[in-house]
Design a protein around this ligand. Structure first.
Ligand SMILES: Nc1ncnc2c1ncn2[C@@H]1O[C@H](COP(=O)(O)OP(=O)(O)OP(=O)(O)O)[C@@H](O)[C@H]1O
Ligand SMILES: [Mg+2]
Length: 261
């Protein structure tokens, strides 16, 4: 049994099939990157995993717990919220609340999560505990001195690091990133990639990263999936995919990067 099991995920938009049976497994603490050309379905796959879209068919299990079953989609809103919290998402466009400081951007979702726990009669964290978690996370992403800054006062790289801290604060089982650096210039990209690397090393978080940063993917991935036209064309270790690509499509895709760089 793997930690994450994704089985035959399908998603249509209108009548167009976007995901055509995506299946993969991931062990706890592993980092998976998803690569592929524009429009291949990478974002759609992540959005289905995070319940931002509801897949049409397929099964998703975390730790043998079925969190999505295409044959049984009548999930209660409350259960859905709980399932959503098992996966965290960091977006390309940061999605911070502009009216809140860095500190509050991280704190508020955590307050909501803990108050849900309180309502359900579960153990919950006090506000002091929450504040200390937020400070530690700001420290972890190198932004302790920006706790009281608002998003408009931060660089893109800093905003993305707040967004990453916010996602980690909720302690998801799996942390997903959709092109976390594509809105950033090369210097800020390095800042953010270093933070993701650090999370892998210190928190041992299971992560799924959609990226066009091939060097980064090579370095950080335990597994790599190459998608094209809604399907997984090839998957394997970073070495399999980057050093020994088998399919013509993947060879062409990697060559197009090498030509640009
Ligand atoms: N909400 C939507 N409604 C209709 N079609 C959509 C929707 N979202 C995505 N699509 C289509 O689904 C296909 C896959 O899109 P997706 O965003 O998953 O690709 P991607 O691999 O993430 O591409 P990119 O690298 O450009 O981000 C595209 O053809 C896109 O036009
Ligand atoms: Mg995308």
């Amino acid at each position: 049994m793997s930690y994450l099991e994704v089985n035959n995920l399908y998603k249509n938009y209108a009548k167009t099939e976007i995901l055509k049976g995506i299946s993969f497994n991931l062990d706890e603490g592993e980092v998976l990157t998803i690569i592929g050309s524009s429009g291949s379905g990478k974002t759609t796959a992540l959005r289905c995993l995070n319940f931002l879209e509801i897949a049409d068919k397929g099964i998703i299990k975390i730790n043998d717990d079925i969190i999505f079953d295409g044959n049984n989609k009548n999930i209660k809103e409350r259960d859905l919220r709980e399932k959503r919290l098992r996966l965290g998402m960091v977006f390309q466009s940061f999605n911070l609340f502009p009216q809140y400081t860095s500190f509050d951007n991280i704190k508020l979702p955590l307050i909501l999560k803990e108050s849900e726990k309180k309502k359900s009669g579960l153990n919950y964290k006090s506000e002091e505990e929450i504040n200390s978690i937020v400070f530690d996370l700001l420290d972890k992403v190198g932004l302790k001195d920006k706790a009281l800054s608002y998003p408009h006062m931060l660089s893109g790289g800093q905003k993305q690091r707040v967004a990453i801290a916010r996602a980690i604060a909720l302690d998801p089982d799996i942390l997903c990133f959709d092109e976390p650096t594509s809105a950033l210039d090369p210097l800020l990209t390095v800042e953010v990639l270093n933070v993701i690397n650090e999370i892998k090393k210190t928190l041992n978080k299971t992560m799924i990263i959609v990226t066009h940063e091939m060097e980064f993917a090579k370095r950080i991935s335990d597994k790599v999936i190459f998608m094209d036209n809604g399907e997984i064309v090839e998957s394997g270790t970073a070495e399999d995919i980057f050093e020994n690509p088998k399919s013509l499509l993947l060879k062409q895709f990697l060559a197009s990067y090498n030509n640009v760089l």
